[in-house]
Design a binder for this molecule. Structure first.
Ligand code: C2E
Length: 836
């Protein structure tokens, strides 16, 4: 059976009312007129005081002569039961059942005014009970006794029968054997104005309509509704009247069924309520006592509730965070991208889980494992977010510690073999992807075993820690130092440039390690290391092959006498060694006076006069003999030795030239090469000034040559230096002109006076038209800019003749004289002078 939702939808709004003083007979008349089974007794304000129903009428003692004139208040049921209109039909039915009434007044839940009346009939008629009524037959509900009166009996007696047997209708037997019926409403009519001596026949309905006992309740109800009568006689199988049934009997049956259902519904509801109350209590307990922090926010993320664990973990009290957002915990450790991703997932899945680093009120960071769940609002949106988190800081720290221990050497704290292997692998992948080179150095301490055995393991450990520290000092940024085992260390250098730089670093590492180490107990040891280098990709393309080859190279270094390094590839060794040798030699050469300045004459092409000379440095190496500047100047440039070396050459050349001037009738200029590094970092203006002053050589007798590429350097420092030198009165020349990419406009802006045509254009100009064309173009261009033109590398008379014909001013080359030591040049000047 289904029930209408609330009582208001089924109430009868036409309520029959009367005052409390209304005589019983009048009340009964009103009920008869209105075909109502009850009348509500109201006070002057219309508030219900009681109710008087058909069944109350039957209870009247009509033998008492004045009873019909008595006020209805004496017989009404009071207080009258009323229910609010928004009460559910189920509850209303339970109410009726519990209070054993068939009518309830219905009042407005707001104003409490009387709205109407609801009867059991209203409830049952408004049920969709067809299915049920079709299943049930009349004989299933024949529980009430059939009470029979004779047609000639007085009505008052019949009323007593009704009351005593609590039946709504009586069977009336007529003398001819036919049947009639007397009902409660007939009694109401009687009370409304009947004579107490009236016989039953005067009020009874006759004949009684009868139906068979097998009839369904549905048909019986239909007949009752159609026949405008509230009762039917039921025939037994033998055709004898066995019962009288009325609408109320059908309703009672339905009610019973209804109540059974209702009771089970109520029981279920109560159980559900109890269960939900218990779960709520449980949830409350969990919320309050759980060790996990809980934050509940609204749809906008504004905090609505937090539990005690939240305060314990974050340090913020409930009051401090209510109305704020969880952003107060932000540590800045997560990127905007992180939060964007989190919200996107929350929106899509209604769920997010992960680790977050937040900040406690005290400022300390902590790591939490956080789960955020969106609580749906039932309309496709989110009503709340619930965040549950646990503080996993200690666990994380322990994990990190474990991870560190698993990947680092306990003694030195350096990465161990495992971590180093990973780093090497990823460096290889990186190098492969970007086409870079990397260097792997394998370092093994020399004589470590001896130290360990003689001084003990503790001293050995101490030494290893100190060596690790030295290695880390030498390791450039971006490199990785690791300890693989015992006294074996590695250094990984990603993205390395030249082999020379690797060799230099290897030497620095060895120098950094080598030396005295003071250990606890003041024992001193001298330590050194041997180092092997494997290059990616030349010496191997896998981590293993690089390690094996670096190790092999290290053994070779040991065999070569220790405290040295070796590349795995022999060629690399040779060039690196040669270069290192040169570099070391160079450092020593200055202090050991191994440098010399040689001079090469420069001649005026038109007159053939000696116009000056170029100073050219030479290195008299004790083993290698005379070393060309072509071999050592670039090295000196790289290791910055060029600055002191250049200053020495300059001072030597100026002193020599001043001497020539003093000794001979020599007024020529000396040209000295300047490197770019001298111009940038050598404080060159002050240096030149000082040298000129010390030597006494006039600035006009000094020419400084800079290469075309240095001249083109747009570095401001270079420009300032050139201006400074020029304003001092020194002549500036551009060397090797034609080999670079000088723009004419730029050339014009430089404070130079001399252009030296590179000898590569001169060598073949007598037989190569292009060279000839270039040389003559440079000459004419230089002249047009007002520059003095010097041709280098003039070896043949043909060179001389061509250059002279083109208007070149000066020449320098083997035709006039090779670079020669100072003494030889002195003689050269002497000869020239003698020739006049
Ligand atoms: N084949 C041939 N060569 C000729 C002839 N005439 C001169 N040479 C060579 O040409 C070079 C001229 O010097 P550079 O262009 O300044 O080129 C110089 C210069 O760039 C650099 N250099 C020499 N001394 C110094 C110095 O004191 N400081 C700096 N920074 N660089 C220097 O070394 C370079 C080479 O110097 P050197 O070996 O002395 O070589 C000299 C010289 O010996 C010739 O007719 N035929």
């Amino acid at each position: 059976m289904t029930f209408p939702h609330v009582v208001e939808s089924i109430i009868s709004r036409n309520v029959l009312t009367c005052t409390p003083d209304t005589p019983v007979s009048e009340a009964a008349q009103a009920m008869c007129r209105a075909h109502c089974g009850s009348i509500v007794v109201v006070d002057a304000q219309g508030s219900p005081l009681g109710i008087w129903t058909e069944s109350d009428v039957v209870k009247l003692d009509l033998f008492h002569p004045d009873v019909a004139r008595c006020p209805v208040r004496q017989f009404m049921s009071s207080p009258v039961l009323s229910i609010p209109a928004d009460m559910s039909v189920q509850e209303a039915t339970a109410h009726m059942h519990d209070n054993r009434v068939r009518h309830l007044l219905v009042t407005s839940p707001v104003s409490h005014q009387l709205l109407g009346l609801v009867s059991a009939t209203d409830i049952v008629v408004n049920q969709d009970a067809e299915f049920f009524l079709r299943l049930k037959r009349l004989d299933s509900m024949l529980h009430r006794p059939l009470v029979i009166v004779n047609a000639d009996q007085p009505v008052v007696e019949a009323m007593h029968q009704m009351r005593d047997f609590t039946v709504e209708a009586l069977g009336v037997r007529y003398p001819d054997g036919s049947w009639g019926i007397l009902t409660q409403s007939d009694v109401v009519r009687f009370v409304a104005g009947g004579d107490s001596a009236l016989p039953v026949a005067a009020l009874a309905s006759h004949p009684l309509r009868t139906v068979p006992r097998q009839m369904t309740l549905l048909n019986a109800r239909r007949m009752l509704q159609e026949g405008r009568t509230r009762h039917l006689g039921v025939d037994g199988d033998d055709g004898q009247l066995v019962a009288i049934i009325g609408m109320s009997d059908i309703l009672a049956t339905m009610e019973q069924e209804f109540l059974i259902e209702l009771r089970s519904a109520l029981r279920e509801r109560d159980e559900a309520l109890l269960q939900s109350r218990q779960s709520l209590q449980l949830a409350d307990k969990v919320f309050e006592s759980t060790l996990e922090g809980i934050v509940i926010t609204d749809h906008y993320g504004v905090i609505q509730s937090v539990n005690p664990a939240f305060s314990r973990i974050t340090g913020y009290s409930r009051e401090e965070v209510l109305g704020k957002t969880p952003a107060i915990l932000k540590s800045g450790r997560q990127s905007a991208d992180f939060y964007e991703h989190m919200w996107r997932q929350l929106k899509n899945d209604g769920y997010w889980q992960g680790e977050v680093v937040n900040r406690r009120k005290s400022g300390l960071l902590y790591t939490e494992h956080l789960t955020i769940t969106g609580i749906p609002d039932g309309f496709g949106g989110i009503r709340h977010y619930v965040a549950v988190f646990s503080d996993i800081t200690q666990r994380k720290q322990a994990e990190e510690r474990l991870h560190f221990l698993a990947n680092h050497d306990a003694l030195t704290g350096l990465p161990n073999r495992t971590l180093f292997g990973e780093k090497l692998q990823s460096a290889i992948e990186q190098a492969q992807e970007h086409g870079q080179r990397l260097a792997l150095m394998f370092i093994d301490l020399d004589r470590f075993k001896l130290i360990n055995d003689t001084l003990g393991h503790q001293a050995g450990d101490e030494l290893l820690v100190k060596i690790a520290a030295r290695l880390q000092t030498e390791a450039p940024a971006g490199s990785t130092v690791a300890r693989l085992a015992g006294d074996e260390f590695t250094l990984l250098l990603p993205n390395v440039g030249s082999l020379n730089s690797v060799a230099s670093l290897a030497q620095d590492v060895l120098d950094g390690i080598a030396g005295e180490v003071v250990l606890a107990g003041s024992s001193k040891v001298f330590i050194s290391a041997s180092l092997g280098i494997a290059m990616y990709p030349e010496d191997g393309t896998t981590a293993d092959s690089l390690l094996v080859n670096a190790d092999a190279a290290m053994y070779r270094a040991k065999n070569r006498g220790k405290n040295t390094f070796q590349f795995y590839t022999a060629d690399m060794n040779a060039s690196a060694m040669a270069r290192l040798k040169l570099e070391y030699g160079l450092h020593r050469a200055l202090t050991r006076d191994e440098f010399q300045v040689w001079y090469q004459p420069k001649v005026d092409l038109a007159s053939g006069r000696l116009e000056g000379m170029e100073a050219l440095v030479r290195w008299q190496h004790p083993e290698m003999g005379l070393v060309s500047p072509v071999d050592f100047i670039p090295v000196a440039e790289e290791c910055a030795l060029i600055v002191p070396l250049g200053a020495w050459v300059l001072s030597e050349a100026c002193r020599f030239t001043r001497q020539l001037q003093a000794d001979y009738d020599f007024s020529g200029r000396v040209a000295v090469n300047l490197s770019g590094r001298q111009l940038k970092f050598g404080n060159i203006v002050d240096t030149v000034q000082q040298i000129l002053q010390d030597s006494g050589l006039p600035a006009s007798c000094l020419e400084l040559e800079i290469t075309e590429s240095t001249a083109m350097d747009s570095d401001q420092e270079v420009g300032r230096a050139l201006e400074g030198l020029r304003s001092m009165g020194v002549t500036l020349a551009i060397d090797d002109f034609g080999t670079g990419y000088s723009s004419l406009a730029y050339l014009k802006s430089l404070p130079v006076q001399v252009l030296k045509i590179d000898r590569s254009f001169i060598a073949d100009l007598h037989q190569d038209k292009d060279d000839a064309a270039i040389a003559s173009a440079v000459i004419s261009m230089g002249r047009s800019l007002g520059l003095s033109i010097v041709a280098e590398g003039v070896e043949l008379p043909a060179h001389r003749d061509f250059l002279r014909a083109q208007g070149c001013h000066m020449a320098q080359g083997y035709l006039y004289g090779k670079p020669m030591p100072a003494e030889a040049f002195r003689r050269y000047v002497q000869t020239f002078e003698a020739q006049g």
